[in-house]
Design a protein around this ligand. Sequence first.
Ligand code: AMP
Ligand code: GLY
Length: 424
Amino acid sequence: MNILVLGSGGREHTFAYKLAQSDRCDSLYVAPGNAGTAEIATNVSISVTDFNAIKECVLKNDIHMVVVGPEDPLVHGIADYFSETEELKNVMLIGPSKRGALLEGSKERAKEFMLQHSIPTAAYASFTKESLNAGKAFLDTLKPPYVLKADGLAAGKGVLILQDIKDAKQELENMLAHQKFGDASNTVVIEEFLDGIELSVFVLTDGEDYKILPTAKDYKRIGEGDKGLNTGGMGAISPVPFADTTLMNKIEERIVKPTVMGLKEEKIDYKGFVFIGLIKVGDEPYVIEYNVRMGDPETEVVLPRIKTDLVDLLEAAYRKELNNIALEVDLRAATTVMVVSGGYPEAYEKGKEISGISSVEDSIVFHAGTTLKDGAVVTNGGRVIAVTSLDSDFRKALKKSYQNIAKLSFDRMYYRTDIGFDLS
Ligand code: AMP
Ligand code: GLY
């Protein structure tokens, strides 16, 4: 069948790489894609939220499956658009309906869902401009640090963690009264701070059944030792060494099952990925957030470990047949290290020529922010390339990633040299 992947990052290159390996994939398209996807698929220059253009592309190229990478088109209702459009309703779109996508699109909605279905998460209350004073009074009842979350999508920047009560009150005011994150902060969720270690669990669900995919841990901060500004993710490791059977059983029973059951009970059409951001406090898992898509760079370590044909797996999710398919996982560890443009996550330059990609051996180069210019691969984003490696343990895999990164170069290239530093 012909397949279209929506998106342009490392996540989408990884999806394309796995889909291209399937005998069932005839022609593969990526919209808009990058220089890496151009090597294994046809890039189509359309935006992921231009539903009309996507429709034309699907019809013109006889596409039978659409894999949605980022959250934006999902939150804007691309799944509903497909199911409600006569010519598209039989196309297998992998991704939740708009109601399902609200689990990521609204932090308040996600908290209500967790409360409704008794899923462990931090205590919270939410506030609007009208209840700003009540929000400040609520902060007075909490101990520092204070966690403030803009309700809507804020490009990963909408969560503030503050030590000082005065700063917390001021930021609450900035968010609610001065639109610090635009409309996304018209509502703010204030949460109890949870102290622990984070991990991510990925679930593929058809709305009834589910498969728990390999776990991963990402490294969000720009600086070594998890210091500095938040980024989209500077590296990832799968599996998470401390996610043992005991913890995974708790996660499955207390979090995954009630999440899938909750979607079903609320009659939410959900055929796609649930990315559950978790924090382990002592020995107990709590949900920090839901995302309604795969993570980036987590995908770069999760998908390479999946041995089951990805087209078969996604089709089973679409057809509500996940209980009929076995998930086979490579037991080796996978690591990925992200190479970024100097300056990221603040201002950075684009268009720098990247050399050394063809010298990489025994690792996989996933392009994140690249494009082709006069036949050369040049930087086109903050996160540029993710180098993924597999080996018997994560340290050996990391060594390969770093040895290969040493062969890459472009002006002001930067990467963290300490991915996995906190794991034993
Ligand atoms: P989110 O966008 O909700 O994933 O939050 C971004 C980051 O903020 C998370 O990855 C955590 O590191 C941190 N965070 C969010 N909520 C909490 C919380 N309740 N307690 C401690 N840290 C949190
Ligand atoms: N790496 C975090 C995310 O994809 O949201």
